[in-house]
Design a protein around this ligand. Sequence first.
Ligand SMILES: *Cc1c(COP(=O)(O)O)cnc(C)c1O
Length: 454
Amino acid sequence: MSDTKKFLLPEDRMPKAWYNLAADLPAPLPPPLHPGTGQPIGPDDLSPIFPMAVIMQEVSTERWIDIPEPVRDVYKLWRPAPLIRAERLEKALGTPARIYFKYEGVSPSGSHKPNTSVPQAFYNKQEGVKRLTTETGAGQWGSSLAFAASLYGLEVEVYMVKISYNQKPYRRALMETYGAKCIPSPSPLTNAGRAILERFPESNGSLGIAISEAVEMAAQRDDTKYALGSVLNHVLLHQTIIGEEAMMQMEMAGDKPDVIVAATGGGSNFAGLAFPYIREKLKGDKVRIVAVEPANCPTLTKGVYAYDFGDTGHLTPLVKMHTLGSTFMPPGFHAGGLRYHGMAPMVSHVKELGLIEAKAFQQIECFTAGVQFARAEGIVPAPESTHAVKGAIDEALRCKAEGKAETILFNLSGHGHFDMQAYTDYFAGKLMDVPYDQDALDEALASLPKVAAE
Ligand SMILES: *Cc1c(COP(=O)(O)O)cnc(C)c1O
């Protein structure tokens, strides 16, 4: 085993194709349904809001999908991303385990999200789209799409969850730097926004509401499409470059993961690292794969696997996923990127197939892990990423207790430089582990749409 710290791929070894797990699934993914008819939707149903190239990827079962050369050229601004051995963290924990992390914080916006925002902007530009709308929680997706759109001269309108809009002015400034327009959601500009404001004038907003607003605006104009930063198959597909690179880098390290850990909000950074390894697992590899989610938005561990809407205003198709109900409002906590009521259908599906495990952690224990990581390895993790750090540290401590020298690989999905208020609150003892409201969850689950196909 080498004493190399960073495993760096040269640009010419950057993967030339994304990996599509749909090609290898032992059981097909349940199809998205039209909310009115209950029938599976086709590409045409999606064409008002997505470009055709993206829709064809959404429904594709081809194993490898070529990354267009111009997209690879933009990826080279920060990719291949480093794989780093967290040896100082291993020492601090006194574990016999070897810990590696794939660091996605090296992108211009500081997270894995430009891996999909760049191809999405590229395909929209190719099809003559002039304007994109989207939603953002903590602002990572909004700034990633704003960055990508700036490269292709596209206008961007971002509906930002109001509580984050007020709490994270620097994320807004970043979006504006890239030329995007940022609107606090719920807004009076859309039917969906006005409906919420009428009932809840003080609403802090949610991702589900912001999605409704962005979709509504995109559907209204021919020159405008919508872009989503997680959950859908094509987004997960674009993120698989993470796992494909990591596999080559683990080979450079002369090592092979026994456990893979990543945080799950909508599921995209998790899928990006995990799906290439699931391909190997389906061929007989023994790797364990652990998804880590916040205990107060516990989609995979406490949600039900059912058809549900992707948004609060019920404009999207129905997809089968682990859901807390589209009207569920998770309590405010700092990992804004993990506050979504659903989970990617493909991630939910592999959970049902028993190919992955899921764990939930409270935010304070995650920040404690994030601080320990920062003091050992230097990088300050995004609040979302601290969930993966906590998951990896727990595995390393289990190895210590069991005296096992396993190899752990986790996804450090982004840095926390725009989230330092969360760390300030943590050090001031102001962070709380607010439980979710069980009655509100029961109510949201009781109002799941009835689907004949089930
Ligand atoms: C958005 C985000 C997440 C959660 O989203 P996924 O789609 O589940 O990956 C995790 N980490 C960071 C840094 C993010 O920006």
